[in-house]
Design a protein around this ligand. Structure first.
Ligand code: NAD
Length: 501
């Protein structure tokens, strides 16, 4: 049934009847943790315990990696005829769409994302991502190079082997899919470690992959804590690559783990502090403010590229802030994420809520002006909610202008002209994304040239499709998700030199 017509009662009813699969998925079967440990998953909208999930340790990672290694060495997946591998992934994509309501419930209950966002964004986006990489499987080509006539040289692209995917909780389904799809399409076998806050959709994914015809061992999922299961995967001697999405702090640990173990490849998609630059000649103030609001309050601000820094030309500042305040009165309202009308759920955990409120406290202490928000809605005190918040008069070196808050907190920083805007935009350890709003074509291309970020939007925000490389400069990481580059990063080249003399 199409969940887009469900009412809150329908979702509540389904949530009440839902039976959660809580075991890891290894070698084609759901299994308890070797040591029998469990951890609780808590619904951040209510504070209620949702279920207890297998707490995998290094022993479970060993089992999963051994299973993936066996599957890889058997060639059952890497040497499957490309069109047969495509068919499996096409069916996988269809099954993701067919199970949209289940995925929507699982991620909404675990991390508080509005169920309507799951149905409109995460589920279709994930199914499309699988399809994109499936379509590419038989388009990856090697090369024949120009050599002396007494030699024939060609270059093959081969999969890496066992790939570890470690993902965060902010888009549990979609981040897992962004990682596993290119790795599987390239012929690798994967061990996926979902975030401990949101492990359930990954388990459904593993089951559906097998239903689609994926062989046992090609996709294993181990649930567990980052410091145990995640760390064991990152340090494993039989893992050829870690594809990581998460915080910059933990991303750095992935590099250390690679150096301490087997020099595995590491691709990192980490934090951000995205500047949205609004220059005095921007084409449409109303549209710009709408995008600014959506860019910071969408997904509760728990977005790696959240447009958390608003760099606003001093000439525009008054009008911009007035309109931002006016539109924000109705744009995002915290509420029950299972209600299809809700567009803002709780933050992921109590700890994270306290961290975000602590950041708001620092903003006030350091002298920024709180325009609205800054607290939690009183009527929703059981959950981890934080109201949409705007600070103005923010200075570039204040904590709220430097640190990733990962919540619905916008910091408006006054700037004068392009040069200052670029200097403030680049005054960050991060470089994931940026946007610039202007009518002037020379300004556009100067900004694109000079801003240190992996993704730049002009007169829009967060637009894109699967062809777009997504990833950061500086400490936002060094990998690229989506796009063909991502698929190729899960392959290695082999040079074959044939002597004809
Ligand atoms: P996190 O770094 O705490 O956790 C990410 C994953 O790493 C989880 O699965 C966790 O269990 C695991 N982990 C934690 N400690 C580990 C360790 N010592 N060894 C191995 N694995 C470990 O991040 P989070 O709080 O889950 O997610 C939020 C962060 O993710 C934000 O910084 C956000 O910007 C970032 N993010 C980036 C992108 C991107 O594309 N650049 C996308 C989404 C989220």
């Amino acid at each position: 049934m199409d969940g887009s017509s469900f009412s809150l009662n329908d979702w509540n009813d389904r949530a009440g009847k839902m039976k959660f699969e809580t075991r890891s998925f290894i070698d084609g079967k759901f299994v308890d943790a070797v040591d029998g440990g469990k951890f609780e998953v808590i619904n951040p909208a209510t504070g209620a315990v949702l279920c207890s999930v297998a707490a995998g340790t290094s022993k479970d990672i060993d089992r999963a990696v051994a299973s993936s290694k066996k599957a890889f060495q058997s060639k059952v997946w890497s040497r499957m005829a490309p069109r047969a591998r495509m068919d499996v992934l096409y069916r996988f994509s269809d099954l993701i769409n067919a199970n949209a309501n289940e995925f929507a419930l699982l991620d909404t209950l675990c991390m508080g994302k509005p169920v309507s966002d799951m149905l409109n964004i995460d589920v279709p986006g994930s199914a499309l991502c699988v399809k994109y990489f499936a379509e590419a499987i038989d388009k990856v080509e090697g090369a024949v190079t120009a050599t002396d006539s007494n030699a024939f040289h060609y270059i093959l692209r081969e999969p890496l082997g066992v790939v570890g995917s470690i993902v965060p909780w902010n888009y549990p389904l979609m981040m897992a899919i962004w990682k596993i799809s290119p790795a599987l399409a390239a012929g690798n076998c994967v061990v996926l470690k979902p975030a401990e806050q949101s492990p359930l959709s990954a388990l459904l994914l593993a089951k559906l992959f097998m239903e689609a015809g994926g062989p046992a061992g090609v996709l294993n999922v181990v649930t567990g804590m980052g410091e145990t299961a995640g760390s064991a995967l990152a340090h494993h001697m039989d893992v050829a690559k870690i594809g990581f999405t998460g915080s910059t702090e933990v991303g750095k640990l992935m590099l250390v783990a690679a150096g301490k173990s087997n020099m595995k490849r590491v691709a990192l998609e980490c934090g951000g502090k995205t500047p949205q630059i609004f220059l005095g000649d921007l084409p449409d103030l109303d549209r710009a403010v709408t995008y600014a609001i959506n860019g910071i309050f969408g997904n509760m601000g728990e977005v790696c590229n959240a447009g958390s820094r608003l760099l606003i030309d001093k000439k525009l500042m008054g009008d911009f802030i007035d309109l931002f305040k006016e539109k924000s009165k109705t744009a995002f309202t915290p509420g029950n994420p299972l209600d299809p009308k809700t567009n803002m759920g709780p933050l992921v955990t109590k700890e994270h809520q306290q961290r975000v409120l602590g950041m708001i406290g620092k903003g006030k202490d350091q002298g920024a002006k709180l325009e609205f928000g800054g607290d939690s809605p009183a009527a929703l005190s059981k959950g981890c909610f934080v109201n949409p918040t705007l600070f103005s008069g923010v200075k570039p070196d204040m904590t709220i202008a430097q640190e990733e808050i990962f919540g619905p907190v916008a910091a408006a920083i006054p700037i004068s002209g392009l040069e200052e805007a670029i200097s403030v935009a680049n005054n960050s350890i991060y470089g994931l994304a940026a946007s610039i709003w202007t009518k002037d074509v020379k300004t556009v291309h100067t900004a694109i040239r000079d801003i240190e970020a992996g993704v730049i939007w002009v007169n829009c925000f967060d637009h894109g499709d699967m062809t777009q490389p997504f990833g950061g400069y500086k400490q936002s990481g060094q990998g690229r998700d989506k796009c063909m580059e991502s698929l190729l990063s899960y392959t290695q080249t082999k040079s074959a030199w044939v002597d004809l003399s």
